[in-house]
Design a protein around this ligand. Structure first.
Ligand SMILES: [Zn+2]
Length: 265
């Protein structure tokens, strides 16, 4: 069965709306990712992850679902303009765009919407959008920074230490290797390995806990556009991370989709 929303006709969409199908959306961005990764990294990872997730759901789930193509642009801090390749929209532009896309889906009758976020700067924005949509349409979207769902499995296989996995580091580089995108290994550098770790800010996206929001871009200024260390990356680490994220997200989807429906707990 075709799961790509944009490949269906209006008529073909109707039964999905009647079944209250899950709608899966993704948003990455195009921005600099250091000297070794393409600017499309967050977008590539988001789209490929969505493809993997949809394939997994087809095999392992009975939930009706559709997916929209991943959005390729969004908000990045001005800081990122120090290196060419970053396309920036304002925070409010991104929030309005997302709210209006989701609003269109709600107007059609969809009421289970999962937003997959592949770009750190979007975290807070997407949560605000989810609250706005709830107020406007009485529909409660779920938002997931999907790459962090596999933190336990990733930490069991990662080669680098805390401070190596934030922006363009071992995590994203390993996933890009796993997916077969061009990675310029010659350009690997460890000079932006984050060394600031305290009780309040983790200084790594997978190890430690962040109890206070304080942008890493301020407490650990980047020299090359990275926050982290790609040196120990491997395709195998990327595979382990992605497969764990798919499994965990599929489990969440069962919970989210059935919640509040007749006959469900
Ligand atoms: Zn990234």
């Amino acid at each position: 069965m075709e799961h790509r929303f944009e490949y269906l006709t209006s008529e073909q969409l109707k039964p999905y709306i009647e079944k209250r199908a899950l709608l899966i959306m993704g948003i990455g961005t195009i921005e600099e990712h250091g000297r070794h990764l393409p600017t499309g990294t967050d977008w590539f990872i988001t789209q490929r992850f969505m493809d993997d997730l949809c394939a997994y759901l087809k095999e392992n789930s009975r939930i009706p679902f559709l997916a929209l193509p991943a959005i390729w642009t969004g908000y990045s801090a001005v800081e990122m303009q120090r290196w060419p390749g970053t396309i920036r929209m304002r925070t409010r532009t991104v929030m309005n765009m997302m709210q209006e896309i989701i609003g269109s889906l709600c107007e059609m009758g969809f009421n289970k919407i999962l937003i997959l976020n592949g770009h750190g700067h979007h975290t807070e924005l997407l949560r605000v959008v989810a609250r706005e949509v709830a107020d406007l349409y009485n529909v409660y979207p779920a938002v997931s920074n999907f790459l962090y769902l596999g933190a336990k499995e990733y930490n069991a296989v990662r080669k680098g230490e805390a401070g190596g996995s934030i922006h363009g580091g071992e995590d994203e580089t390993s996933v890009m290797l796993h997916y077969g995108y061009p990675v310029d290994v010659e350009q690997y550098t460890a000079e932006d390995h984050v060394t600031y770790h305290t009780d309040f800010v983790a200084g790594d996206n997978f190890i430690g806990s962040t109890r206070v929001f304080w942008s890493t871009w301020n407490y650990h200024p980047s020299k090359t556009g990275l926050l982290g260390d790609p040196t120990p990356s491997s395709a195998e680490t990327g595979r382990v991370l992605i497969e764990a994220c798919v499994r965990h997200l599929a489990a969440f989807i069962e919970e989210y989709y059935h919640h509040g429906r007749e006959g469900s707990p």
